[in-house]
Design a protein around this ligand. Structure first.
Ligand SMILES: C[S@@+](CC[C@H](N)C(=O)[O-])C[C@H]1O[C@@H](n2cnc3c(N)ncnc32)[C@H](O)[C@@H]1O
Length: 196
């Protein structure tokens, strides 16, 4: 495990060789984008940061549904950002900006996010990464964590031992100073809206 992953349930970095799975249309059946949009409850014109955007499957879907939003697709892996850029070359979306986590553009976003979406990524985030996510939030901002549920049998996603159940996720976030605002269950995911 690299030092920056301390606290992550799955300390290995996401393998870009698995990126095609992120574009599986079945995802939108068991986790509909309109439900994600409702949980985000982003005001008109809001800045929404997709933290760990990957190929941007949900970021792009949200951008299509909400052209008023300013979407930032943040990822720590240049290879994932390149895959996203290829998607954006095929389907330009003027309201999506790919940004490398940890770089100067990302630092300039601190305190700017009305909403942060962390989809299928909490289990990969060490405590330091969670702090950098919190630092992005504006004073009234909030984050929506949606991740694979360890407590249910699933046909997809990481092994159960690599992810959290909702109670564990709540406890981890609370221990790091997050207030849970609301919770939802999907067939294979839990969702937590939270603020600091
Ligand atoms: C399982 S993929 C999910 C991608 C996307 N959220 C989705 O659901 O389609 C996790 C992504 O998070 C990125 N990631 C993991 N830790 C990160 C961090 N600390 N900062 C930014 N991106 C991160 C990985 O590089 C990977 O692209």
């Amino acid at each position: 495990m690299s030092a920056d992953r301390h606290g992550a349930r799955q300390p290995e970095r996401f393998d870009p060789a698995k990126a095609a799975a992120l574009e599986d249309p079945a995802r939108f059946v068991y986790l509909p984008v309109e439900e994600v949009e409702a949980l985000l409850d982003a005001p008109r014109g809001a800045t929404l940061i997709d933290f760990g955007a990957g190929t941007g499957a949900y970021c792009r879907a949200l951008a299509r549904r909400r052209p008023d939003l300013r979407l930032v697709a943040l990822d720590e892996q240049p290879r994932m950002l390149n895959l996203l850029r290829q998607r954006l070359a095929d389907e330009p979306l003027a309201n999506v900006r790919p940004v490398l986590a940890g770089g100067p553009e990302a630092r300039a976003l601190e305190g700017q996010a009305d909403r942060v979406l962390a989809l299928n990524v909490l289990h990969e985030l060490g405590d330091a990464a969670l702090e950098s996510l919190a630092a992005l939030l504006a004073s009234q901002g909030r984050a929506v964590f949606i991740d694979w549920n360890a407590d249910v049998e699933r046909p997809a996603g990481p092994p159960r031992g690599h992810v959290y159940g909702p109670a564990e996720a709540r406890a981890r976030l609370a221990a790091l100073g997050w207030r849970i605002l609301c919770e939802r269950a999907f067939p294979y995911h839990y969702a937590l809206a939270a603020a600091r």
